[in-house]
Design a binder for this molecule. Sequence first.
Ligand code: NAP
Length: 260
Amino acid sequence: MPIIDNHVISFSMNILILGGTSEASELVELLPQYPDIKATLSLAGRTKSPVLPQINHRIGGFGGVAGLVSYIQDQKITAIVCATHPFARRMPFNAQEAAKIAGVPIIHLLRKPWLPQASDNWIEVDSHKDAINHLSLKTQAIILNIFLTVGRLELAEYVNTPQYSYLIRSIDALSAKPIENAQYITARPPFSIENERKIMQKYKIDFLITKNSGGTATEAKLTAARELKIPVILINRPIRPEGLHVEVASDAIKWLVSLK
Ligand code: NAP
């Protein structure tokens, strides 16, 4: 039990935060104001040197729905906040299902998607395949410089398009470089508009391909593309499970407090 100012506090909640996003980090930062909420942050372990929180944390998959149910039961979790990335396809469904089986409440903390402004030239597609199809329709055989910021795990989708010259940005340096004839750079968000403008100008970018992740940390590339009149192929988000959703960490906290 925690002791604050000589008072013994008993935890009224023991929550699991499924993280990997800035919203999960924001939620963790709010928690010290609620000393009776005990929390564990879970990360998938995709980033080599993740920014680790001051609270309990664990890294790595649970072993599907069954593994997550066991974890919830073993650790006596009383509520779950699923704050995984908008493009995390499996974990939100696993979490929803495991919460149902274990009988614990769950909420999804999911930031708003980006919305186009009047001067934007966005082509919204549902998949990488559709993004490539759009390029080939529009561009014939001309070599284009494409700024590709889709995450390293999805680069394989672009391997068979050697007619394009890609600039690929990732948080960690890639040990395997899946696309030949591509230039690779590393950088950790947040990115400024100035930074994004310089990159797009330096590499003479013709198209930006990115996912509609939303949020402020990586939004500057869209502002720079708007200013430089660079078209953007934006991949729409995958579907999410039905259930309670909030967009900001403070609303997730309100929900937690309402459960007490
Ligand atoms: P995913 O398809 O939903 O998850 C794949 C598997 O990874 C899950 O079944 C689970 O393994 C494990 N996993 C995912 N999130 C986890 C978490 N927070 N804690 C423990 N295990 C987790 O997700 P993904 O696209 O591989 O993304 C993995 C992580 O990176 C997520 O936390 C996500 O928020 C973050 N992220 C993803 C993207 C993206 O574009 N996909 C971008 C930025 C950050 P088990 O089945 O074994 O439990």
